[in-house]
Design a protein around this ligand. Structure first.
Ligand code: NAD
Ligand code: ZN
Length: 355
């Protein structure tokens, strides 16, 4: 139901391996904010990382933090000044609210805003809860043809959109994606929509590559954990019939994959690093990159990409529904996190339903 009641069950991370469901007061929308009844929340690898390690780099969970950031909801109350939304609207929630005033914000690179308030990045609360308040201008109304699950999936899809824009993918491109998790698969779907002609994708697990083929990969290449860096590179080169990629998108982010990205990308091409698998320093053959003008670009989330992601789904240029492998209710969030962590049952995207 969409009536406000007193149940605001909320999933809160207290520390390492300490995730709790508890009641919280229902928040009220301030100026330019909306109160949302949360519908779907996808679990992301970073949520699991906070649960297992209590930090991501310098972002440390010091105070209890509401988890979750890949969400959709229904507007149930609008604060003063809200003009873009009305009660009853179904929306996708862009989880990072920037200051809108600094030079990064003003030049459209708001993902780099030093005052970013991003859901479930400490110290900011996320939205795995029943009632949640968010800035109205970071909510996107979903057309009737889109489901609330698709609304939640706009978050990882926006990462793929941002990465593919940085990669300058175009009709005829040959691309290589390293890692077929939700981000690699969202990148695959976007690259295809942008006209890439040959899309190769690697992973360590066969079930993820099976889905990549269903989603339109030209060819999938299974990497064995036992491969040395050199073996992995020659295996991928063989898999690509020695056709080098114009663009490599590293969607796993380990030393082995970044190194491969440098060595395998065509001279003059682009390596986009999206994955953050390697914590700490890595050793990379930078001379190889500079002497062949392989440009290395980083991706940090997204900026101005949600509207594009939304239109791609609405126009059926991409279909991300196959990514969702598991469903849980908010009440069973701990079980949902266990499934996401272990990947049991071939888990790719685990979706939690809050209403
Ligand atoms: P995921 O862990 O589900 O997917 C990573 C995949 O990479 C896995 O399927 C794994 O089997 C595969 N892999 C690991 N080592 C490999 C290797 N040597 N060769 C080929 N494949 C290998 O995670 P995800 O949700 O898809 O996210 C991917 C990465 O992107 C994560 O590191 C995540 O933290 C990062 N990420 C970055 C941003 C950003 O803004 N830059 C945003 C979201 C996620
Ligand atoms: Zn800013």
């Amino acid at each position: 139901s969409s009536n406000v009641d007193n149940d605001n069950l909320t999933c809160v991370l207290y520390g390492i391996r300490d995730l709790r469901l508890e009641q919280r007061p229902i928040p009220q929308p301030g100026e330019n904010e909306v109160l949302l009844k949360i519908q779907c929340v996808g679990i992301c690898g970073s949520d699991v990382h906070y649960l297992v390690h209590g930090n991501i780099g310098n972002f440390i969970v010091k105070e209890p933090m509401v988890i979750g950031h890949e969400a959709s909801g229904i507007v149930i109350k609008t604060g003063k000044g809200v003009t873009n939304l009305k009660v009853g609207d179904r929306v996708a929630i862009e989880p990072g609210v920037s200051c809108r005033k600094c030079s990064f914000c003003k030049t459209g690179k708001y993902n780099l805003c030093p005052d970013m308030q991003f859901c479930a990045t400490p110290p900011f609360d996320g939205n795995l809860t029943r009632y949640y308040v968010h800035a109205a201008d970071f909510c996107y109304k979903l057309p009737d043809c889109m489901t609330l699950e698709e609304g939640a999936l706009l978050e990882p899809l926006s990462v793929g959109v941002h990465a593919c824009k940085k990669a300058n993918i175009t009709v005829g491109s040959t691309i290589l994606i390293l890692g077929a998790g939700p981000i690699g698969l969202a990148t695959l779907a976007t690259a295809k929509a942008m006209g890439a002609s040959h899309i190769y994708i690697t992973d360590l697990t066969e079930y993820r590559l099976n889905l990549a083929r269903e989603m339109g990969a030209s060819k999938t290449i299974l990497i064995k954990r036992s491969f040395s860096d050199e073996e992995a590179i020659s295996h991928v080169k063989n898999g690509m019939d020695h056709k080098l990629p114009d663009v490599t998108l590293d969607c796993s982010g380990f030393q082995q994959t970044m190194k491969m990205g440098i060595e395998i990308t065509k001279s003059g091409g682009i390596l986009v690093i999206v994955g953050m698998g390697a914590s700490g320093n890595v050793q990379l053959p930078l001379f190889n990159a500079l002497s062949r003008e392989v440009d290395i670009k980083g991706v940090f989330r997204y900026a101005n990409d949600y509207p594009n992601a939304l239109e791609m789904v609405a126009s059926k240029s991409v279909n991300l529904k196959p990514l969702i492998t598991h469903h849980f209710k908010l009440e069973n969030s701990l079980e949902a996190f266990k499934t996401a962590e272990t990947g049991e049952g071939g888990a790719i995207k685990v979706m939690i339903h809050c209403d």
